[in-house]
Design a protein around this ligand. Structure first.
Ligand SMILES: Nc1ncnc2c1ncn2[C@@H]1O[C@H](COP(=O)(O)OP(=O)(O)OP(=O)(O)O)[C@@H](O)[C@H]1O
Ligand SMILES: [Mg+2]
Length: 1034
């Protein structure tokens, strides 16, 4: 190998390094092993091509990570390189131990941890001790003296270490030994042997020194410049080598519970009540792909216990690899539930749990030096978090991304956001592992290709599910072997009065009274109204006995429901709760929802009528699930929706089996048969959804983040998306290249990007300020220029003597279409405003005269017409304004004749949008006054309650009603809560169960700790001496 001494310039490129290459081939041994073919061969060949392609091998200008220097070290240093020797040593050791360790591993293997011996050897092949054993056996006649000296030092150190740890009885790799023998049941993390990062670092330094020494001796006659260049190359090599060594071998075995200390197992038993893992969970946790940290998708039916596997892997990543983890869940309520559930684990295992939902979460996240963080996020916040980490070059700090309900990739615009997030992680961070959980899918292969993941699937259900269909008065069992999928099961045995026949033609009362009140039942209904009506109807026909069942608990529930409505109570719930029934849909306030869910889980309520939203993720199983009709709204059920709903049947640990009954009309029979026998649904990319909005915003952020700066790089990125995988299926007529080019043009037209040259193909793509503000604020690109215009106009005459003007500016554009103003109410509210507030309305473009005419039913002249969007938005702003003033959701909803659920959604969407507008405004200098104003407004909208309750409501999942109870019981601050004894809480607060009390206290402790740590980090930052402090004479 030769190279030109004078003109080598090595640049690190931002170009993506092959993920596979990194994982499978980048360990030195692997590189060497495969240097006769495959990926590593490719790396070497490519490097050779680069060099040969330059005139007379003159300039090696571009050495990207893809053709990474470490992979091609032999092309630079030749076979005499020490790194090559390390490689050989490892390879040799790998082979040696493949045989010798097999036996010793078997001997030492803990019962819990089935292992794949071969893979362990590769995994652990890079530890100091391996090098020791290996280097001892091998001689290196062609090594320069500096390296031989170093080699001897390493050998001595390692020999000493081996002897001190295992008495020198074995040549088995040390770490492997540690994993296998040193952590019997009961040993905790403190007792388990720890890695020696310092030793590793010093070893790296020693290698570096030795190599530089080598470079010096071998090129004593070379020009100085070549020497410097060589040093650069060597440094680069070493960095990559050390990185690789760390990424593969920094996983510390801490104990016998899948590499974790037994304490984790105990905690799972204590906090979750799970004593033993299901077989599939054990298998999944010991999969070769899991042990080697390859990406993985695992699919199981609902209630299969997927979450626990993910959580164990999360603990491993945090404890054994000391990395942060991102856990993405589809809904805010699920995020809060998870934060509450995992806070105790965080406290016990010493990591932070940070909530990213609604308007909560910091971007970029606070850098923690002393602890690792588990970020639990919604899809949208997860995306912003990844963007902020890419921007600050910190994505590598996230070792693992876990996605629950991975099939959400196929769910409209949220699916698009999830796809963008994962594609960015795949592209930017080679060391971040991705794990997705999903219900069974028809095209998991596509997702595998997208995520470069392996798949594990199993049809395990802890409780057997029997599916039935009811047609007239006959129950059929669903049986795929039958011609129409249906097999006669029984006749429904129930005597109906004439009036009941009329009221309940579908025999719902008969179906539910077979199980309630002693067992639980969920009845899925097509609409919200239907839920309420059905709950009321069933109660009318229930025997009086039902009233006596859990009477006292139901009375407490009623009292709490009344309290959370400030004395007002939903009339339907007032009637149904005494019978043990309630409805559950998005029209409930979050407080009501929590109360209903808790009461159902505790068996106080035995039946919920609900919409399909209950099926998505919330863990509320039932002995029997009834699907009142095969529709959601006006749409016939999809297979996946059906599966989600029936999957709620069967409570693990309580029922021996669960059953579902789909109620059918004769007219729907044919469609239902198709539904029951249809193959599993497929999941498709949504980047092209809604006119390709997702694709546009993806491209904008890629340019903004400097991930892609040319059309070519964009195309390359897109080929790694799910859209790239499915392009031929989704859009056969438009290639990815066309899509990229068209999107780039659209972004330019919108003023969000510019080109450096006329010809887009050779242009560098640059983001404009508006573009940057849009992607930073996650603003829907349809609205970015409207938002800019509104904020600019707002600045010209911002009226701050009331919140109304600011609130108007952050009222979400996309909610306007969901609420038609009632002009009479509009006018009445308008007249109640102060003069200055009325002036605000006129300033934004809605004068009183217009509203008055509309209220009077008069036509409005064209010249006086008002943009209906603006009028609608102001109407919603009036609702929000009233909420901020009165903090009473119920009375405001009533005044505006809105359902309390809608008002609540409006409030939470506005607080989320307010934080988006804040991030948008922060990027544009001209909007500086908004910065302070909008941070305060976000806080007010997030906690639209009396100020004294805010500190309590910062705790995940503590809502207004609970905060009031706590406050009244004397728990007035976060510190009060964090230091509370859960048993005292249970005593002083009605209907609060011990488990919930413990979760509240744990969440409060976690939040307090997180805040304290953040302050500590700030102090440390302030007091740290800068490393680049100028010094005289340097
Ligand atoms: N090994 C186990 N032993 C007993 N119970 C378990 C075990 N693993 C999980 N569970 C319990 O089973 C229930 C369902 O688990 P989980 O929510 O993880 O299901 P899932 O597979 O994610 O289902 P879905 O698709 O509905 O979200 C939970 O209450 C969980 O605590
Ligand atoms: Mg789940």
């Amino acid at each position: 190998m030769h190279y030109n001494d004078t003109e080598i310039v090595v640049k690190r490129s931002s170009k993506k390094r092959s993920r596979d290459g990194f994982r499978s081939g980048l360990t030195p041994s692997c590189k060497r092993t495969s240097s006769t073919g495959g990926q590593c061969q490719l790396g070497a060949t490519k490097m050779k091509e680069y060099i040969e392609a330059t005139p007379e091998g003159k300039t090696l200008e571009y050495c990207s990570d893809n053709e990474d220097l470490f992979g091609d070290y032999d092309s630079i240093l030749g076979d005499s390189s020490f790194m090559a020797k390390l490689d050989d040593a490892e390879q040799y050791m790998g082979q040696l131990n493949n045989n010798s360790t097999r036996q010793s591993l078997k001997d030492h293997k803990p019962k819990h941890t089935p292992s794949k011996t071969g893979t362990h050897v590769t995994m652990e092949g890079l530890t100091d001790s391996i090098l020791a054993g290996c280097l001892e056996d091998e001689s290196f006649p062609d090594l320069p003296s500096s390296q031989i000296e170093f080699h001897q030092k390493v050998c001595e150190n390692e020999r000493a270490k081996c002897q001190s740890l295992d008495g020198g009885h074995t040549s088995t790799p040390l770490v492997k030994m540690t994993r296998e023998v040193s952590a019997p049941d009961g040993i905790n993390s403190e007792e388990a042997p720890r890695p020696a990062p310092k030793a590793r670092r010093s070893m790296a330094n020693a290698i570096k020194k030795a190599m530089l020494g080598n470079a010096a001796t071998s090129s004593s006659s070379a020009a100085k410049i070549a020497q410097q260049q060589k040093e650069m190359l060597v440094t680069e090599e070493i960095n990559i080598a050390v990185q690789t060594m760390q990424s593969v071998s920094t996983e510390t075995d801490l104990g016998p519970f899948f590499g974790l200390p037994s304490k984790v197992k105990d905690l799972i038993g204590r906090l979750k009540g799970i004593q033993d893992l299901y077989e599939w969970q054990k298998t999944c946790l010991t999969l070769e792909s899991v042990e080697q940290r390859r990406n993985l998708i695992y699919s199981l039916p609902t209630s299969g216990g997927k979450t626990l596997v993910a959580e164990i892997l999360i603990f491993k990543e945090i404890l054994c690899r000391k990395k942060d983890v991102l856990f993405i869940l589809p809904y805010v309520s699920l995020v809060q539930e998870k934060v509450r559930g995992l806070a105790s684990f965080g406290l016990e295992l010493d990591f932070l749990v940070e909530e990213y939902a609604g308007s909560k979460g910091k971007f970029p996240p606070i850098k923690r030096r002393h602890k690792n963080s588990l970020y639990i996020t919604t899809i949208e916040k997860g995306h912003s978090l990844v963007n902020s980490l890419i921007e600050t070059a910190r994505l590598d700090s996230v070792g693992l991304v876990v996605v629950d309900e991975l099939h959400m990739l196929g769910d409209g615009s949220r699916g698009a956001v999830l796809e963008m997030t994962l594609a960015k992680v795949l592209h930017v961070s080679q060391s971040t592992q991705i794990i997705g959980m999903s219900a069974t899918l028809g095209n998991v292969g596509d997702l595998q290709r997208f995520l470069k993941a392996e798949n594990y699937s199993n049809d395990f259900r802890p409780v057997q599910l029997k599916e039935y269909v009811k047609l007239k008065d006959t129950i059929y069992e669903v049986d795929s072997k039958e011609e129409h999928c249906l097999k006669f099961s029984r006749l429904l045995n129930f005597k109906y009065s004439n009036s009941l026949k009329k009221m309940d033609p579908d025999h719902i009362v008969a179906l539910v009274t077979e199980v309630i009140p002693l067992q639980s039942c969920l009845v899925f209904c097509p609409t919200k109204k239907n839920c309420e009506n059905l709950a009321g109807m069933i109660c009318k026909y229930l025997a009086r006995d039902f009233l006596q069942h859990k009477e006292a608990e139901k009375a407490t529930l009623l009292k709490e429901l009344r309290e959370c409505g400030n004395g007002v109570m939903c009339p339907v719930l007032k009637n149904t709760v005494p019978f043990g029934l309630a409805y559950h849909h998005s029209g409930l306030t979050s407080d009501e929802r929590r109360l209903v869910e808790e009461a159902y889980s505790a068996g106080v309520l035995c039946l919920l009528t609900c919409t399909s939203t209950l099926a998505a993720g919330i863990n509320l199983p039932a002995r029997r699930v009834v699907l009142r009709s095969p529709y959601i709204g006006a749409d016939f059920l999809k297979r996946s929706q059906y599966k989600q709903m029936v999957g709620r049947a069967g409570r693990a640990g309580i029922d021996s089996m669960g059953e579902s009954i789909l109620v059918l009309q004769e007219k729907d029979k044919a469609m239902a048969e198709k539904l029951l026998s249809a193959p599993m649904e497929k999941c498709y990319s949504n980047l092209l959804h809604d006119g390709g909005k997702g694709l546009l915003s993806l491209i904008l952020s890629l340019i903004g983040l400097n991930v892609a700066q040319s059309l070519g790089q964009l195309r390359e990125f897109l080929s790694g998306t799910l859209l790239g995988v499915q392009q031929a299926q989704i859009s056969p007529e438009r290639s990815l290249s066309d899509m990229a080019a068209e999107s780039v043009e659209t972004l330019r037209e919108k003023g969000l990007i510019t080109f450096s040259a006329d010809d887009v193909d050779s242009s560098v793509l640059l983001i404009t300020k508006l573009g940057r503000a849009s992607y930073k604020g996650s603003v829907d690109l349809t609205y970015s220029s409207v938002l800019y215009r509104d904020l600019s106009k707002g600045l010209e005459g911002l009226l701050l003597n009331s919140f109304l003007h600011l609130v108007y500016l952050v009222t979400p554009y996309d909610m306007v279409s969901q609420c038609k103003p009632d002009w009479m109410i509009y006018f009445r509210q308008f007249t109640l405003l102060s003069v200055s507030e009325q002036k605000i309305c006129a300033t934004v473009g809605v004068p009183e005269s217009f509203v008055a005419r509309k209220a009077a039913g008069q036509t409005v002249k064209k010249s006086q017409a008002v943009d209906p969007e603006v009028a609608g938005r102001l109407y919603l702003a009036l609702v929000l304004h009233a909420l901020l003033k009165e903090t009473d959701l119920w009375s405001v909803s009533e005044r505006f004749q809105l359902t309390r659920g809608f008002t609540q959604t409006l409030l939470s969407s506005s607080s989320a949008f307010c934080s988006c507008v804040l991030h948008f405004a922060e990027e544009l200098e001209e909007f500086w006054p908004f910065k302070a104003l909008l941070s305060e407004l976000t806080r007010r909208l997030t906690y639209c309650v009396q100020a004294e309750l805010i500190p309590l409501m910062e705790v995940a999942g503590v809502m207004e009603a609970r905060a009031k109870q706590l406050y009244n019981a004397g728990y007035k601050t976060l510190a009060h809560l964090a230091n509370a004894d859960p048993s005292d809480l249970v005593q002083s607060i009605e209907n609060l169960f011990k488990r919930q009390a413990s979760q509240i206290v744990a969440s409060a402790k976690m939040l307090l700790q997180e805040k304290a740590e953040a302050l500590q980090e700030e102090v440390d930052d302030l007091l740290t001496k800068p490393t680049d402090l100028p010094s005289v004479g340097s």
